[in-house]
Write a protein that binds this ligand. Structure first.
Ligand SMILES: Nc1ncnc2c1ncn2[C@@H]1O[C@H](COP(=O)(O)OP(=O)(O)OP(=O)(O)O)[C@@H](O)[C@H]1O
Length: 285
């Protein structure tokens, strides 16, 4: 559904940085694709390149990104500009970035920020429908709709991040791109949000690109995992294979760098129906 084809990104500074080097990746319909790698390996740059949110000095110097819509059209994101590109971003590919919860406007109530997505992108909806949808969205991500009248500072970090996820899901996107969406949250809250996300994905069928340096977390939630190093994808495999039979030395080193992976771990978040080929993976850990 999303085809990243040999994409390269440079930061055109005095000594140009080749942040992303000929990366090719395919995201399948409804899958969770984890993108792992150490800080600085180019994960965020790749995410920004896919959504064309890169700003100078960054420049896409090669490759293309194709999006295959539910309706069967192939759209070259490089050909979208201005309004079309903005609409596309909310509608088809939605994003939750690192620290997104801090991007809520502090002086505007949650209700108005949610409704604003509908006002902008679904201008045909009447006010009552917008309100109803906003309440439904909050409920969907596990936030009491009473919170619609709150200001962001009245909510915990976890709740604010849930609101951001609600906003990202507002227009029923096909792809959700998440860059370290829970890193700033404590482990319990992070886990709750990921469980919610997993449930929503099964319910709504969107695909997820989940970017984090936290490989153990990716092993729990991903169908496939791509490992990135110095701007390149060095290995991609389904999560179980990556864990049990890593091929690349760097993947092995990365796995070893998380002591938690060598001990006994709790249940995987994704077990049972819908977990696909990884249904029994928790046995392996
Ligand atoms: N504005 C910039 N100018 C020059 N180089 C940059 C700029 N932004 C990022 N880079 C470089 O591009 C490379 C990739 O950075 P990027 O932020 O994409 O990595 P990352 O894997 O997402 O790291 P993190 O997890 O810390 O966000 C790094 O070497 C970084 O130093």
């Amino acid at each position: 559904m999303l085809e990243i084809d040999s994409v390269s990104v440079d930061y055109l500074v005095a000594e140009p940085v080749h942040a992303v080097r000929k990366v090719s990746l395919t995201l399948h319909r409804g899958e969770v694709l984890g993108l792992a790698g150490e800080s600085g390996c180019g994960k965020s740059t790749l995410a920004y390149a896919v959504t064309r949110l890169l700003k100078p000095p960054a420049a896409i110097v090669g490759g293309r990104v194709l999006f295959h819509s539910r309706e069967g059209h192939a759209i070259d994101l490089g050909n979208l500009h201005g309004e079309d590109l903005r609409a596309f971003r909310w509608d088809k590919i939605a994003m939750v970035f690192q620290g997104a919860m801090n991007s809520l406007n502090p002086v505007i109530r949650i209700r108005d920020q949610l409704e604003d997505v509908f006002t902008t992108h679904r201008p045909d909806l009447d006010r009552r429908t917008r309100r109803r949808r906003s309440a439904e969205l909050l409920e969907r991500v596990g936030v009491d709709p009473d919170r619609l009248s709150s200001y962001p500072h009245e909510l915990s970090g976890g709740m604010r991040q849930r609101v951001m996820i609600a906003m990202a899901l507002a227009l029923d996107p096909q792809v959700l791109l998440m860059d370290e969406p829970t890193t700033a949250l404590d482990v319990v809250v992070q886990r709750e949000i990921l469980q919610e996300l997993t449930r929503l994905r099964e319910e709504l069928g969107f695909a997820v690109v989940f970017i984090t340096h936290d490989l153990p977390l990716l092993l729990e939630i991903s169908d496939r995992i791509a490992v990135m190093r110095e701007g390149r994808i060095v290995e991609i495999a389904d999560a179980r294979t990556l864990y049990t039979d890593p091929q690349h030395e760097y993947t092995k080193a990365l796995l070893r760098s998380f002591p938690s992976l060598t001990g006994t771990r709790g249940d995987f978040i994704r077990t049972g129906a819908g977990a696909g080929p990884r249904e029994n993976v928790e046995v392996a850990l």
